[in-house]
Design a protein around this ligand. Sequence first.
Ligand SMILES: [Fe+2]
Length: 435
Amino acid sequence: MKNFLKKLLIFLFIAASIYGVGRLILVTYDSYLHVPRAPYAVMQTQDAITIKWQTPEFEVGSLEYGFFSDSMNTKIRDKKQTKKHSITISGLNECTKYYYKVSSDSLDIDNEDRSFKTLCKNADSQKIWVIGDSGEAGKDQDRVYSQMLKHIDKDFNKLDMWILLGDNAYRSGTQKQYNKNMFEPYKELVKRFVPWAIIGNHDDRRWAFYNIWDFPTKGESGGEPSGSEKYYSINNGNLHLVMLDSEMRRIDANSDMVAWLRKDLSKNTKPWVIVALHTPPYTDGGHNSDSDYDSGGRMKKVRENLVPVFDEFGVDLVLSGHSHDYERSKLIAKHTGKGKSFNKQNIVQDAKSCYSKSIKPAKNSGTIYQVCGSSAKLDQANLKHPALPFAFQEMGSIILDITPTTLSSKFINIDGKIMDEFIIKKDNTSCEGKK
Ligand SMILES: [Fe+2]
């Protein structure tokens, strides 16, 4: 009997080792497999941008850029032959649109209307498209995308930013899956906008995410230098946008990410603060934030360790995905427990669609939480979380409009219907008379 047990243990150990090594090889292969990729822009700042692309063959690539599509008078070349091209353009004017085109011998590149815009110090208005869990190519993803295009009258000049809330490429965020599920279906957007993407748990299954993207670590795009690509902030016009990694990074109260977040928010001078992270603190959809075990307990950690910081600095809006549905709170604060402990004291303003806050961020002035994880797929959902009264089992995306004193949000479903809409005002006018 003893011998049998010993042999069984040895067998299990060998099987586990083979599985582990096989898995490591697969993850490494999928993460660093070289795939051709059309140019895309990263590291958007007020005076610089980086353009990356991947060619099937080694070559010295080059790009030209300028103020007009028919006269690009500055050319930059790669310093050496490579398949992975990355050219940083610096010395640019702030808040300015530039056109660019990329030349390659081995990759067929569509250069029509290829452009980028530098970040703005000030802006009278900004329109932002927000999608979550969008990484499944197909007709549903197309329809959600088409409704956004319809909303902006197919005029890309009406859009200013694009935010992806994670799970950007199912099933595992591999290099190939990123091409199929993100770069290809959104190619016209990729030609014109920086995809500001955060990591989701599916992207986290491979190591491709931080290989594909370059993010600011030294405060290049605004905000406090983070020293990490996993958390950073962006200042654009009136907006301070904080991007957090809820998947790979520790989110304990004493973690480096939480310490940085406090520092970053304490130094912010922009009137609007939005935080984006994949894992929501509250949801009762495909995932259940009341479960201590769902998603490895990360929803509980977000609630217990990040929500108090959002409260402390009066963050206006927290955007998440993960549950494949749409859910939204009123202006709420100080709720770090499970759903059943949510009560009237947590509601700062008990309105459906109009909220007012002071221009200066104030502690416990309330935050609106939005879950939008249905930009390509839908799950069965209870949608009964007491903190999230506006909830729909609908596919769609969010359009945000920001002025110096207003932030408005629309959740547009797959058929183009506005299912949820609200405004936060910081213009000293009250919401009286509005619902
Ligand atoms: Fe997810």
